[in-house]
Design a protein around this ligand. Structure first.
Ligand code: ZN
Length: 118
């Protein structure tokens, strides 16, 4: 993927929010689940706990008190590679929107219909 094609995408979080439990549907960590650590709707990338671990080799910098070595951390991946795990039916599901009687919109699991607001 190059930067041009990324810039043409409409910002979208695909119905996901920070803290949601998601399942990785594609790629190296397919099948793993974890919580959403961060979402970037502009680039449509998401960082998921324990998934897509990348190793960063850092150089020691004593003035900044940084030790050299290998740091492991989660790397961002495409939002389209993950799906929400519904807390009610425990399956990965698409999210929908439902209008409540008081006019607020809530997220719902499209599989079981449970409201996903906390
Ligand atoms: Zn559900």
């Amino acid at each position: 993927m190059n930067d041009m094609s990324r810039m043409e995408l409409e910002p979208s979080s695909a119905g996901l929010r920070k803290g949601d439990e998601v399942r990785v549907m594609a790629g190296r960590d397919k099948g793993k689940t974890g919580r959403v650590l961060s979402i970037d709707p502009r680039t449509r990338r998401v960082t998921v706990e324990h998934a897509n671990i990348i190793k960063r080799h850092t150089r020691a910098d004593s003035s900044k008190n940084i030790k050299g070595g290998v740091v492991e951390r989660e790397g961002p991946m495409a939002i389209s590679n993950v799906m929400l795990v519904c807390p009610a039916c425990a399956k990965h599901a698409r999210t929908g929107r439902k209008l409540m009687p008081d006019g607020t919109k809530v997220r719902v699991c499209r599989r079981c219909g449970t409201t996903l607001e906390k």
